[in-house]
Design a protein around this ligand. Structure first.
Ligand code: KG4
Ligand code: ZN
Length: 354
């Protein structure tokens, strides 16, 4: 099973990629919907699904064309089955079923989070070619912030995760609060470049004795500062709505202070988990792993070798879905399996007894 076409439509990117041997990216096509959703300040699920319908076939065909392969050269099709937005998942899954059926190819359903994990296995700058198990995985995306100890392919022990907001969700909400727009992570990173991270004293939730995270207190503390700056009254009752009279200096300083607080906790808790579990290597993945400060701090402070995919493989893409299918399903079913369903809240299968 060497050549796999990956399909990913779990959120707001329609993506297809052809990957050889689970590592070599022959093509990677992403049709982003960012401009569409920007005017709503976040992903509008119904619009996302409709956009996927329009984009999925051209994107898949483009991935094959860029790879220079035809349908008959493929060994399997891999598609994100969940977690994600139900309507968006269904578009990708049904399109992939149609392609598998039409071309008599095996169809492999992939967990989106395992896709993010396997982005670390792709041949790309920042990824280490050889991996030594057990390794520590930090998934930081819009929907998840999780630490796993990975003992082998498909073998995960969940160490902890967020008890409220995911890190990316916090970036998105605070960006909206600061009037910085969507998507929040890159907007905060840009604004923070002109700000002072020590300007505001924001809380870090260390949750000692656990490998869990919490970002909602940090979000609320940022809201209180914004309320005070705007009205002089922290109890003014302003909600997380777009548009703000903050000055560019205030925006930049708040963005920098918020980003520093999130990164402090992510770095501190990841390194502590690695030390506590005896992991030999750290793999970081998910959209927030595109954050430059997080990357720099992990790179300089980690005593262990660290894998971090390049930015285009941190955010949602289909190469990671094809890679996960390759490593998790060495023997694909011989015929298309068409009875799989989209599962919006699909979770990672963790090792029993942990
Ligand atoms: O993995 P991803 O593309 O989609 C999900 O599976 O959720 O992650 C998207 C998240 C968004 O919350 C976005 O704001 C965040 O990743 N993100 C960033 C950066 N780029 C994307 N967060 C911080 N800094 C960035 N540079
Ligand atoms: Zn994702």
């Amino acid at each position: 099973m060497n050549l796999i076409l990956g399909i990913e439509t779990s959120c707001d990117e329609t993506a297809a990629a052809v990957v050889a041997g689970g590592r070599r990216i022959l093509s990677q096509v992403v049709a982003t919907q960012i401009d569409l959703h920007r005017r709503y300040g976040g992903v509008f699920p119904e619009m996302a699904a409709r956009q996927h319908v329009q984009a999925i076939l051209p994107v898949a065909q483009e991935a094959l064309a860029q790879a220079g392969v035809g349908w008959q050269a493929l060994d399997a099709i891999a598609v994100t089955q969940g977690p994600g937005l139900a309507g968006s998942l269904l578009v990708g899954l049904n399109a992939a079923k149609g392609m598998a059926w039409a071309h008599s190819l095996p169809l492999i359903g992939v967990n989106h989070l395992e896709g993010h994990i396997y982005s670390n296995w792709l041949d790309a700058p920042g990824n280490r070619a050889e991996k030594t198990f057990p390794l520590l995985v930090l998934i930081v995306s819009g929907g998840h912030t999780d630490l796993f100890l990975m003992r082998g392919h498909g073998q995960y022990q969940r160490l902890g995760g967020t008890i409220d907001d995911a890190a990316g969700e916090a970036f998105d909400k605070v960006a909206r609060l600061l009037g910085l727009g969507y998507p929040g992570g890159p907007a905060i990173e840009r604004a923070a470049a002109a700000g002072q991270s020590a300007a505001y004293d924001l809380p870090r939730a260390w949750l000692p004795g656990t490998h869990d995270f919490s970002f909602s207190g940090l979000k609320t503390a940022t809201l209180r500062i914004v309320q005070t700056l705007e009205t002089g009254d922290p109890a003014s009752g302003r909600k997380l709505t777009p548009g703000t009279p903050l000055s560019p200096r205030q925006q930049a300083d708040l963005a920098a202070s918020f980003q520093a607080a999130v990164v402090d906790v992510l770095v501190g808790k990841t390194l502590a988990a690695a030390a506590a579990t005896g992991a030999g290597e750290i793999c970081v993945c998910g959209g927030v792993a595109a954050n430059t400060l997080l990357r720099q701090r992990l790179q300089t402070e980690s005593p262990l070798p660290i894998s971090m995919p390049p930015l285009r493989l941190c955010t949602d893409n289909a190469a990671m879905i094809a890679a996960a299918a390759f490593f998790l399903h060495p023997a694909a079913p011989p015929a298309p399996v068409l009875d799989q369903d989209a599962i919006a809240n699909l979770s990672i299968h963790t090792l029993a007894g942990v």
